[in-house]
Design a protein around this ligand. Structure first.
Ligand code: SF4
Ligand code: SF4
Ligand code: SF4
Length: 164
């Protein structure tokens, strides 16, 4: 993992797993992890607030302390450790509504850097919804009203001209 990985999405990924695996015997794990997942989904969708960060941390510590077995006791760890070491990234998600890794697509504004674009048209060819405008060797532009933020163009540009 490097700086192209979103730590909030990573925490969400692990929590999805533990929510699925919870046997349901005790309340903190059965219900608490679901509530944590809802908060993470909200943050990744660009709807999170600073209060959500507070709630998430509090919930995580309570679930860790009150669950019966190792699954519930360890389920909040990915959230707690990413919040400890990557707090700024969480804050960027809730305050600036920005995911630098572009993994939280709903809040991403995917754009073409005109200084880097060579007008090859590869991104345009691969866009599933024809959101990229321009002809021949023109510098391409993404129409934000049409773009569904699928991310296909991010990997199709050979000149790394597309980002946020
Ligand atoms: S902590 Fe363990 S016992 Fe409690 S619901 Fe989760 S998996 Fe079941
Ligand atoms: S693939 Fe890259 S260089 Fe080619 S047109 Fe698209 S943004 Fe420009
Ligand atoms: S993110 Fe997807 S929909 Fe948006 S411009 Fe790129 S390829 Fe097209």
């Amino acid at each position: 993992m490097d700086d192209t990985k979103c730590m909030v999405s990573l925490a969400k990924f692990y929590l999805e797993f533990t929510v699925d695996e919870s046997c349901g015997k005790c309340t903190p794990c059965r219900i608490g992890t679901k509530r944590m997942l809802e908060i993470l989904e909200k943050i990744c969708n660009g709807e999170g607030t600073e209060l959500d960060l507070y709630k998430l941390e509090k919930l995580a510590n309570n679930i860790k302390n009150a669950s019966i077995c190792g699954l519930g006791q360890s389920a909040p760890n990915p959230v707690l450790s990413t919040m400890k070491y990557f707090k700024e990234e969480y804050k960027e998600h809730v305050i600036k509504k920005e995911c630098k890794a572009l993994e939280c697509r709903k809040m991403a504004k995917i754009a073409i850097n005109p200084e880097k674009c060579k007008g090859c048209g590869l991104c345009q060819k691969n866009c599933p919804v024809n959101a990229i405008e321009g002809e021949k060797r023109d510098i391409r532009v993404i129409n934000q009203d049409i773009c569904i933020k699928c991310g296909t163009c991010l990997t199709s540009c050979p000149f790394k001209a597309i980002g946020n």
